[in-house]
Write a protein that binds this ligand. Structure first.
Ligand SMILES: *Cc1c(COP(=O)(O)O)cnc(C)c1O
Length: 430
């Protein structure tokens, strides 16, 4: 390829000709912040380098799939050794057993695991399984929680406080979401005996970072028990990130089913659905609920995932927590010192940035913060100075194990400068 074509702008231009919107997942587009996406040539540890040779300190980390940082040599070795033995067979492999055992061993109350190829597949299957097992149809989801892009879960809240979902996308017919009830996060809904399952992100990380209020998860458990509905924790982000046993271990609340993705693939495509034996056994071939996958339990993905889980010891979690809490505490301080109202909630290694004065507890409040319109300028200010945040205001930051204390310091200094710039801008505009 000629050198001239290897610029971000030229590649994005070519991408737009052959890929819808120029990206293979809409979160990668710069639609909500403006500008042209940088095209990554390589990643190493905490950084990514784009095709123009610009290096960024990376807080996207594949939206949480890379918890060790990019290109960890131990993961690279595991993947290449697995690849040399053959990429996929259509027959069982030892790697699947080992990864399932690693999950069962870490998560209290989980007996069995079904491996799939994405988080979307995991949640879609969890819903089907819950419906098949309970022989009920209704599912309850929380406004602002993301569970992948299967039809039944692409439901938005209607105008009421608790409403039947309306289609969250063109192409999702009303019928597909007519049995999905969408309710506000952090309020325990009153359920009926028609509800098959309640699905929830135990810590919401797709509307910025929103923590569960005291008693919320326990309340969901009790309400599900009262009516015989299943409780599903979607731990595609929180799983093996917020603690060795994920949010289940951290909060001590046991769902009937739990879904995983991201971290457990070490950067390769994977998802998993896990839970109590009795419910899980309803899956084919032992039970009547059909589910399948040509690449499910792929040898490369299970090798990468198992390597990552083994490396996540107590010290690793301690380090991740320390970095995130330092980042959160200092960011709040320097951004407020610049005269910009902000909240920087953190939970274990996750953190979010909400501009504005109020603490955010649900999606409506997250939207109010986003509507202040400060994120795009903050994002570009950081990016111009070599720090990559996600190009959307509803995403969280993912500091990895590869982020050094010096890099955290640099992030804080840069954020301070950018926040002062935001104020200058609003003064000029005002
Ligand atoms: C990313 C995500 C999903 C979807 O996972 P994919 O692998 O992108 O299909 C589901 N649930 C949550 C909470 C997620 O963050």
């Amino acid at each position: 390829m000629d050198e001239q074509a290897r610029t971000n702008a030229a590649l994005f231009e070519r991408a737009q000709r052959v890929i819808p919107g120029g990206v293979n997942s809409p979160v990668r587009s710069f639609a909500s912040v403006g500008g042209t996406p940088y095209c990554v040539a390589m990643g190493r540890g905490s950084t990514v380098t784009d095709v123009e040779g610009r290096r960024y300190l990376d807080y996207v980390q594949s939206y949480g799939a890379s918890i060790l940082g990019h290109g960890d040599p131990r993961v690279v070795t595991a993947i290449s050794e697995a690849a040399a033995r053959g990429a996929t067979f259509g027959a069982p492999t030892e790697g699947e057993v080992l990864l399932a055992e690693a999950i069962v061993e870490r998560v209290p109350g989980v007996d069995k695991v079904r491996l799939v190829s994405s988080g979307t597949e995991a949640t879609m299957t969890a819903i089907r399984l819950a419906r098949g097992y309970t022989e009920r149809s209704l599912i309850v989801k929380f406004d602002g929680c993301y569970h992948g892009h299967s039809d039944a879960l692409l439901a938005s809240a209607g105008s009421g406080v608790a409403s039947l979902g309306i289609s969250g996308s063109a192409g999702v017919p009303a019928a597909a979401v007519s049995e999905t009830l969408v309710v506000p996060y952090n309020v325990v809904p009153e359920l009926t005996r028609e509800v098959a399952a309640v699905i929830v992100e135990p810590v919401a990380a797709n509307m910025g970072l929103v923590l569960p209020v005291e008693g919320f998860l326990e309340g969901l458990r009790a309400e599900c028990d009262r009516v015989g509905a299943l409780l599903i924790f979607d731990e595609v982000i929180t799983g093996f990130r917020v603690a060795r046993g994920g949010a289940i271990e951290y909060f001590g609340v046991r769902p009937d089913l739990v879904t995983y993705g991201k971290v457990i693939g070490g950067g390769l495509p994977i998802g998993a659905l896990a839970g109590k034996a009795e419910v899980m056994e309803a899956l084919a071939p032992s039970g009547p609920v059909y589910q399948a996958g040509t690449l499910s339990g792929n040898p490369l993905a299970t090798a990468a995932g198992r390597t990552v889980l083994e490396l996540l010891d107590a010290e690793a979690y301690e380090m991740l927590r320390g970095r995130a809490s330092q980042l959160s505490n200092e960011l709040v301080k320097v951004i407020r010192e610049a005269g910009v109202a902000v909240q920087v909630p953190h939970f274990s290694s996750l953190l979010g940035i909400f501009f504005g004065d109020s603490v955010v507890t649900n999606y409506a409040e997250a939207r109010d913060s986003v509507e202040l319109g400060l994120y795009p300028a903050f994002f570009h200010g950081m990016l111009d100075r070599g720090i990559a945040l996600a190009p959307g205001p509803y995403e969280v930051l993912f500091p990895s194990l590869a982020h050094t204390p010096a890099e955290i310091e640099r992030t804080i200094d840069v954020a301070s400068a950018v926040a002062h710039g935001l104020m200058d801008k609003s003064v000029t505009l005002g």
